[in-house]
Ligand binder design. Structure first.
Ligand code: ADP
Ligand code: MG
Length: 322
């Protein structure tokens, strides 16, 4: 059986990726050189088997997702990801699992130039804690608290695909190909919206990533900003699969609002910045949809083709709820 240190050497110590890493894996702590004039954005997230991913999830998806959900938080701050640390708890030193995990992790890490600079490896129930650090030019980070009345509300990508995949995986929603594969890809291999976040610097007034469902995360943004919003339900971006399921009455039309794991960005821009937003978006590959506007009256108001709609319960996962 390989020792802890053999595992670290075999799987996690990789050729250097960035010149700003002065000291990577192997010492008591890593040393990095942040660029002058920048602020550091730090975020940490834990993924536990059975809580954050179904026990049947493959290791490649786990490796990807563990990093992706953390990078998504940096994207929502407008930060450029740079470094990551990984605390891994494994029931046994399963090398096939580690091989798969590293395939998922390092493919995503390389595409965003994120260097793994340290971590911790322990024996225990399967759990992964990832800390990411990114940089953002001084004063340009996107906070949740800057939305102002009149601002337009935008969302990237499409909503509800991951929630549909979870329904399909649980057997509650027989889906069939190719819709099931597409939704499952969104659940297992979310694409962190890093480019989108960087494009919003100096333009967005507030931003958050949608991890607990649009209703919950828009609620956080509104609360932090001390404002309310009006959202047009017909403008919510849905994939062909999710739109078809809604049309055929096979899923609750509220699912794309409530389901978690979208990892899209939700953000606000002043009305007069919309033209610049569209201009900047020409080089972004993800879809961009305007879904509503910020209002001074607190609370959320939903409309469909101009007709007021009841606001469904938020949904989203709350760890300490019974
Ligand atoms: P220490 O006892 O000083 O905490 P460890 O024995 O935990 O050090 O780890 C040895 C080195 O390997 C450290 O540099 C640590 O950051 C790194 N390391 C341990 N586990 C991982 C991991 N899962 N991923 C990346 N680096 C790791
Ligand atoms: Mg340690």
């Amino acid at each position: 059986m390989p020792s802890e240190f053999e595992l670290i050497d075999r799987y996690f110590r990789r050729p250097a990726l960035r010149e700003d890493v002065l000291l990577g894996i192997g010492d008591d702590a890593a040393l990095v050189q942040p660029p002058a004039g920048s602020e550091l954005a730090l975020s940490v997230d834990t993924l536990l088997e059975g809580v954050h991913f179904p026990a049947a999830t493959g290791p490649v998806a786990i490796g990807h997702k563990a990093l992706a959900v953390n990078l998504s938080d940096l994207g929502a701050m407008g930060a450029d990801p740079a470094w990551a640390t990984l605390a891994l708890s494994l029931p046994q030193p399963d090398e096939a699992w580690l091989e798969g995990f590293c395939t998922g992790w390092f493919a995503l890490a390389q595409s965003h130039r994120v260097e793994l600079i340290g971590g911790d490896t322990t024996r225990g129930p399967l759990g992964i804690t990832v800390q990411v650090v990114g940089t953002v030019p001084q004063g340009q980070a996107l906070r949740r608290s800057g939305a102002r009345p009149g601002d337009r509300i935008y969302v990237t990508g499409t909503l509800g695909d991951a929630a549909v995949a979870l329904e399909a995986l649980s057997g509650r929603l027989p889906l069939g190909e190719p819709g099931e594969r597409a939704c499952r890809r969104r659940l297992e291999f979310p694409e962190p919206r890093i480019g989108a976040g960087v494009a919003l610097r100096g333009l967005g007034t507030a931003a958050i990533d949608i991890s607990d469902g649009l209703l919950a995360d828009l609620g956080h943004l509104l609360q932090a900003s001390g404002v309310g919003a009006r959202v047009e339900l017909e403008d919510l971006p849905l994939s062909a699969t999710v739109a078809g399921l809604v049309r055929d009455g096979r899923i609750d039309p509220a699912l794309p609002l409530q389901g978690g794991d979208d990892y899209e960005l939700l953000f606000t821009v002043p009305e007069q910045a919309e033209a610049e937003l569209r201009r900047r978006w020409r080089t972004q590959r993800c879809r961009l949809s305007r879904i509503g506007r910020i209002e001074s009256q607190t609370g959320l108001r939903l409309y469909r083709h101009g007709i007021p709609q009841a606001v469904p319960p938020r949904g989203g996962y709350e760890h300490f709820r019974d």
